[in-house]
Write a protein that binds this ligand. Sequence first.
Ligand SMILES: [Zn+2]
Length: 117
Amino acid sequence: MEKHYSGGCQCGAVLFEVDVNLDQSITCNCSRCQPLGVVLAFAPRDKFILHNGAENLTEYRFNKREIAHLFCKICGIQSFSYGQMPDGTKIAAINVNTLKDVKPSELSPTHFDGRSI
Ligand SMILES: [Zn+2]
């Protein structure tokens, strides 16, 4: 079920709110997700509001460069990225570990084999 959450980076410079369904979270073994150890959930871009910290975000792109990985330039935490679905729908990929009042250990993420694509 879609619920409302707030989240952000470690130092507090980056703060956001999002409506997202954590029943559909994933882990991924691609060259970025695995070393980061992220648990991801996806929200339509219009359900994601960046309140604070746009000026502190550094963008990193790799591979096809379609996903804007955004991390805090002060504390280094990547709390979300911007991308799009194959049909062009703009989404925000949320690092569930950066949401307040969420226990990622209580989620049951599906494993996604990102390394093979
Ligand atoms: Zn920070």
